[in-house]
Design a protein around this ligand. Sequence first.
Ligand code: MFK
Length: 516
Amino acid sequence: MKNFYQEGPVLTNTFRSDETLQKVLKKLLPEEAQKTALSHLDHLGERAVTDMLIWAQEAEANPPRHIPFDPWGRRIDEIATSNGWKELEKVAAEEGIVATAYDRKLGAFSRVYQMSLLYLYSPSSAIFSCPLAMTDGAARALELYAPDDLKARALPHLLSRKSGQFWTAGQWMTERTGGSDVSGTSTDAHPFTGSSPFGATHALHGTKWFTSATTSQMALTLARPDGAPAGSRGLSLFYLELRNDQQQLNNIQIHRLKDKLGTKALPTAELSLQGTPARMIGGEGEGIKRIASVLNITRIYNSICAVGHMRRALDLATDYSKKRKAFGKILMDHPLHRVTLAELEEDFRRSFTFCMYVSHLLGKEEVGEISASQKILLRALTPILKLYTAKKAIQISSEVVEMFGGAGYVEDTGLPRLLRDAQVFSIWEGTTNVLSLDMLRAFEKEQALPVLMEYFKTCKSMKDNNPAFVEKFTNLQNILSKLSKGTPEDWETHARKLAFAVADLISENLMYEYAI
Ligand code: MFK
């Protein structure tokens, strides 16, 4: 055995190897829709393990660099990205990872189709899925709230399938004075007097502490117009373009790139706006409400990327388990290893079905086929889905890294990255606690709890008396019965527990409905 070398895990077409994806889509999509979606997904599943995988490795090996000055001392603030990163952007455009949702060729199922594409794209994209999330969120906010001329200017780029014309968007919320609590935003918006190709109304001054995908062509951001009150009700939403016709930054100075725990290929910068022309979207003081439509999309993206990440980790672990021998047999033949993997697979299926359910609701909303109660469900389930899938992705990644033993802890296997990158899911676009509180906001403002309970009472598991479901339903009822006499502080204290109980219950039913 002196010449023994362990064979590493190998990936194959990630659509064909994914029974859960195939089964759920065959149940969910009408036959005509399947014809369009499945062949495209098969094609992307092949790219995810061939050209995309090579580019993702290249992008990870060559992280972005900030070049503040040109050789002669002029401030240029370029962000140099790798060829791999650029190629992954091209794939996103060509495959219509964002555009598919807006073509709406599959009507209410368009989001299921598009999110399935994203699910396959994301784990081989070196997190190019992050700029796509913000691009999609921006497209939706512009579609809903922008004046026609601005829509005509930006949407054809954001939804383009041609790589030279495709734009990505940033979403700049976080500041030193306001992270989760954006009411502390200190960017000011003064009236703009010059001329601008996109009809700027204001000039922005302030520092943005986290701006991901700073290579984007446009961004949506929050700022406080002159005379507006303090707090979140004084904030408005603004559209800006990063560069002018000469490709110079529009009064934006990039301070530095963030040295993050993971997502190393993704340029995330700290920058200041120094009189940057911007155009107000929506009414003055409506900033949070308008950016919420971006957040709700990016939170669903975050969940889809989290399940894509889980699937990738599990694919690697499963393949390895069939190859690696220990104590006289392959890992898969050890009962304890098998059951550990099976439990992780179940967590994945819970998360995946939950994602597809919410994506379908989103698709229904966007084509105007959503009922009033489904709209409330979509609002309340979005933060729950996001917090649940993020935590599951971290747990699964940690277990998978452990399954590889020492190899999982060694950088050149690429496995430690699974754990580092997973950690972003629970931070990016709202932490677990912030989202638990957002669920309470939906319970209070939209009266979502009775709608949710009604949904549970009418779902298939309840009708069929599915024991696993009934047990979890009783658990939820117990939590709610204790809280019914509680103060608002009690609700806050237990919000996380409540969110996870709802997520466990809904996913229990969905696994049962889809028979997976
Ligand atoms: C991928 C790699 C990334 C690289 C590393 C990244 C590291 C981290 C980078 C980041 O910083 S990501 C951005 C993270 N930040 C967030 O996600 C924001 C988190 N904070 C929240 O979600 C707060 O809840 C929020 C700012 C949205 C609201 O705070 P407020 O100021 O307490 O708002 P308020 O007064 O409750 O709500 C204002 C209005 O918006 C209300 O409507 P009304 O005016 O009609 O009453 C709310 O109902 C509405 N609203 C709030 N959230 C909503 C919403 N409506 C619909 N959907 C929502 N989600």
